[in-house]
Unconditional design. Structure first.
Length: 466
């Protein structure tokens, strides 16, 4: 049932966002904690990168008064500017978690730094923050399945914004009507375009989600202050469904089911990345790393054939991905990821340094020796799996083959606690003192029992300044 005249999508999302959380499973809570660990680690590692550094400079110089902590900075600023900077860091290396269904996807952890700041501002404890994260994930993922905006050329950050708005509104203790207005404001005034992820990718690829999340919290704050949004942002004559989706849901049931207030479990369908590259390239990298143990480098290789599913080719195999000129294009290139893994036996942040990305030797290798083809049987396996087969013919005439369907970090092949801790340690090393790194990790592991989030934000403020 709608309220204040809102369409059923708006009222359903708002009502679900404020649901009681007594039925939350220990498994879901544990996964939320793992996502915070992962997000913090990749965000800290990205602080020196050009995109996060530029946004942090903007946030430090806006002249906006506030007490919200900027990760990696001695400065504080207004809430929205801090959200933009901190969320930009988490997304920038393309190393945070992901969800990709048949219709669309989202990187739900893009919202986590924002929710940490909102929790601090509204004096929410760790348990309340974790509940909000679970709500945000549930709504963002169901929106990706139900609305599927990517199919019509719109960016998936629109889905992330819906989850972030719902989760922030919960932390701010908005009532359902106020949160409905916040969702309406967020929806009608921020339709991000898919051009962000087309062609040679720019710095904005890593910043668009941060902007969407910032806008979602801004919408909540406006609604909190009494601003009302349009009544029918999704289903109106000029609303989201008609203008962005040509009037058709992809899966209306994915949203309708929220009316039954199911326990938030969709976080279990997300994947923590083992490699800093697009999610559809993870299997190819795993397969190439397996083969790399049997060769000494690219000089051993006569030909590489990458057999994969259609979505991987469409998203990470377009023409510009064969001659990347930016790190953003390279970390969305399946051919580049596979070749780098074969050459170095690893794929890490250094793999995307400008000199590596623009290497003429690498570009020649991709053009002359790598082929990317669709296998219909592998396409049939997506999105339940991310199947990719790599075939390498060596100059000696050997054929080496490796096939991976569930890469390390996939929901069906999750990183172990030890693997996640190792990822954390490798990414925060040098950015935090050993004592601060251990303290931060321990506080997040015990987040459900933390009385407030302030100490975590304070530690992240120190990152990069040891």
């Amino acid at each position: 049932m709608s309220f204040a005249g809102h369409d059923w999508v708006t009222s359903t999302l708002a009502t679900y966002a404020l649901r009681p959380m007594a039925d939350v499973s220990d498994e879901a809570t544990a996964e939320a904690i793992r996502r915070v660990i992962d997000s913090v680690a990749v965000g800290v590692a990205a602080l020196p990168e050009p995109g996060p550094a530029a946004v942090r400079k903007y946030a430090e110089t806006t002249g906006e008064a506030g007490d919200s902590f900027l990760w990696g900075s001695g400065a504080t600023t207004g809430l929205e500017a801090a959200i933009l900077a901190n969320c930009a860091a988490v997304r920038y290396l393309d190393f945070n978690d992901a969800y990709f269904g048949d219709a669309s996807g989202t990187h739900p952890s893009d919202m986590i730094p924002a929710l940490m700041l909102v929790a601090d501002r509204y004096e929410a404890n760790g348990r309340v923050l974790l509940d909000a994260i679970l709500v945000g994930y549930e709504i963002a993922i169901r929106a990706a399945d139900g609305l599927g905006a990517r199919r019509r050329g719109w960016d998936h950050v629109n889905m992330t914004a819906l989850g972030a708005c719902a989760a922030a509104g919960r932390l701010m203790r908005l009532d359902p009507e106020r949160l409905g207005h916040a969702l309406a404001i967020a929806v009608v005034s921020h339709a991000a375009m898919g051009e962000t992820r087309e062609g040679h990718l720019s710095m904005w690829k890593g910043l668009a989600a941060a902007d969407a999340v910032r806008h979602a919290v801004y919408a909540c704050r406006l609604a909190e202050s009494g601003v009302e949004g349009p009544a029918h942002p999704f289903l109106g004559d000029r609303g989201f469904l008609k203008l962005l989706l040509a009037g058709q849901f992809v899966d209306e049931g994915a949203l309708r089911q929220l009316a039954d207030s199911p326990a938030p479990l969709r976080i279990l369908d997300t994947h923590i990345k083992a490699w800093p590259i697009g999610i559809v390239s993870q299997s190819g990298v795993d397969a190439a790393l397996d083969i790399s143990r049997s060769i000494s480098g690219l000089e051993d290789i006569d030909a590489v054939v990458i057999e994969t599913y259609r979505a991987a080719i469409d998203r990470n195999g377009s023409p510009e991905k064969w001659r990347p000129m930016t790190r953003e294009t390279a970390d969305h290139s399946l051919p580049y990821g596979v070749a780098t893994a074969l050459r170095d036996g690893r794929v890490d942040s250094a793999s995307f340094d400008e000199q590596q990305v623009r290497s003429e030797a690498m570009h020649r290798f991709l053009a002359e020796r790598v082929t990317l083809v669709e296998d219909p049987d592998l396409t049939a396996g997506y999105p339940e799996a991310f199947p990719t087969r790599v075939r390498v013919r060596t100059r000696e005439g050997r054929e080496l083959v490796s096939e991976v369907s569930y890469p390390r970090g996939h929901a069906k092949n999750p990183l172990s606690e030890g693997d996640l801790a190792a990822k954390y340690d490798s990414l925060v090393a040098g950015a935090l003192s050993p004592d601060d790194a251990r303290s931060l990790y321990a506080r997040i592991v015990n987040l459900a029992d933390e009385p407030d989030v302030l100490p975590i934000n304070e530690l992240l403020r120190k990152a990069g300044r040891v």
